[in-house]
Structures are given as structure tokens and as C-alpha cells.
Design a binder for this molecule. Structure first.
Ligand code: ZN
Length: 103
């Protein structure tokens, strides 16, 4: 009986591990999609989440790329740099000026 319990525990543990692996694989795929789309010319960007073509949206003299389907917003480095100093004390500014993770 105790044996049975252990096997069940192992199975649950394996399932958790598999879910974790799936989560990270999914996340990596998204990151790669983002990296790949970043290299495309600005007018050919597609949404890293749903692959629809992004639309250029101008707001306060900065043009950002927004997905008309899911509403996600893409900021490339130049756009982020243009926005962040104006928003130094905002979430965006703090995000941009946060300590960078070591890659
Ligand atoms: Zn989208």
C-alpha cells in the first residue's frame, strides 16, 4: 500500500515536471519568435503572440507597433529609448532603467 502511494507521488511529480518543461518550452518559443520578428523590417513585423501583421501607431511623436488582433504592443529599442526618458518615474521608465539581467 505504501508502495502504491509512492508510485502515485512519483507520477504526480513527473507530471509537474512535464508541465514545467512545457511552460519553459512555450516561453522559449515566444522569445525566439520575438527575436526573429525583431530582425524583420519595421513594415513587415508580425505579432509575436498571434502572428498577425502589426500596425504602426503614433502616440506623442513616438511610433509603436500594435497588433490589431490581440492588442499587444511592440516597442523596439529606438522606440523604448524615445519613450523611457520622458517617463523616467513611470513603470515604463523604471523598467527601461532597471539593472539589466546578465545574459
Ligand atoms: Zn497579436
Amino acid at each position: 500500500m505504501a508502495d502504491e502511494k509512492d508510485r502515485l507521488g512519483d507520477k504526480l511529480h513527473q507530471k509537474e515536471k512535464a508541465d514545467e518543461d512545457r511552460f519553459f518550452a512555450e516561453r522559449d518559443r515566444e522569445l525566439l519568435a520575438r527575436l526573429r520578428s525583431h530582425k524583420e523590417p519595421a513594415d513587415g513585423l508580425s505579432c509575436p503572440r498571434c502572428a498577425k501583421p502589426l500596425a504602426a501607431v503614433s502616440y506623442q511623436d513616438v511610433t509603436v507597433d500594435q497588433c490589431p488582433a490581440c492588442g499587444g504592443v511592440w516597442l523596439d529599442r529606438g522606440e523604448l529609448e524615445a519613450l523611457a526618458p520622458r517617463e523616467r518615474e513611470s513603470w515604463l521608465g523604471r523598467f527601461f532603467h532597471r539593472p539589466k539581467p546578465v545574459v
